[in-house]
Design a protein around this ligand. Structure first.
Ligand code: GUN
Length: 295
């Protein structure tokens, strides 16, 4: 039987509705959650993501600003901008879109963002809290994957989750989140990567397979077991002369073939993508709530 399609737009909309109540509560206290997104350079995919983040903020009545800087912007000036944003009481969340141009040290930039405003969850303090299981900020895409699993009725509890990809943005944190001794986690997690030997023999053991290595349509039908739940985090542009833009988006999973074997699967687009954005809004709202609690 073909897989159930997990609709990320629908689940993200459910979370947006929940957030509306929190946003209204903050507004009644005179607080508007504020997010600044910083984009350096003109990477086409990043431009699309940044636009979508700003639009989502606007729709929910958040204050948002996007700072677009040229590709040759100096690292020192970017650090100074982050210092200003850290000190700005109107801004509860700061996000520097990755990747950054080569002349800018990504670690140095992420370290400079105040952990209290790090709504991306990339600061080492928040990464450490995530590993320990303390409340900080969870990174948006991995947290979105967890919410998708839970809310689509595919709880990771007790399941064998096989993660393919070990990036700091998705692979490592999704493994850390799903292995937590916590409700909605408690999974047995295996992380595979480009040096893994006989990768298909491992992915075939997964009750849940999370594809996050950034290789178009890498996960084929013979790499997943019957009835597996497949979460596709990949967003890859592939040339397509029949498409208006000259390209189309595909995930890291061979969707058409794998959907015949899986019990549930996320599409690209419309799966994990909308979840990343709504979890960013959620972190910004949480940050604003924490600030008001301390006043
Ligand atoms: N680039 C790709 N995904 C992300 C993300 O979640 N946050 C940031 N800041 N950059 C990204």
């Amino acid at each position: 039987m073909p897989a159930k399609i997990i609709d990320g737009n629908e689940i993200a909309s459910e979370i947006r509705n929940e957030l509306k109540k929190s946003i209204a509560g903050l507004k009644s206290k005179g607080v508007i959650p504020g997010l600044t997104v910083v984009l350096v350079g003109d990477d086409p995919a990043s431009q699309v993501y940044v636009r979508m983040k700003g639009k989502a903020c606007e729709e929910l009545g958040l204050y948002s600003e996007t700072i677009r800087l040229p590709a040759d912007h100096k690292e020192d000036d970017l650090l100074k901008l982050i210092d200003d944003l850290n000190a700005n009481p109107r801004i509860h969340g700061i996000l520097v879109q990755l990747p950054l141009p080569d002349h800018i040290d990504e670690t140095k930039i992420l370290d400079r963002i105040s952990p209290e405003k790090d709504v991306d969850g990339f600061h080492p303090v928040n990464v450490g809290k995530m590993l320990i299981g303390d409340p900080g900020f969870l990174p948006c895409t991995p947290h979105g994957v967890q919410e998708l699993l839970i809310r689509s009725g595919n709880s990771p509890e007790g399941k064998h989750v096989v993660v393919v990809g070990r990036s700091n943005i998705v692979g490592k944190p999704v493994a850390a989140i799903l292995m937590q001794k916590k409700k909605g986690a408690n999974a047995t997690v295996t992380v595979c990567h480009s040096r893994t030997k006989d990768l298909p023999s491992i992915t075939r053991q997964g009750d849940i397979v999370i594809a996050a290595m950034g290789v178009p349509q890498f996960i084929k039908a013979d790499m997943v077991k019957d009835g597996a739940v497949v979460i596709d985090v990949g967003v890859n542009r592939v040339d397509d002369s029949s498409a208006k833009k000259g390209y189309r988006l595909v995930g890291d999973v061979d969707f058409e073939a794998v959907k015949e074997k899986a019990s549930a699967i996320t599409p690209v687009p419309g799966g994990v993508g909308p979840m990343t954005i709504v979890m960013l809004i959620k972190n910004t709202v949480i940050s604003a709530e924490r600030t008001t609690e301390h006043q």
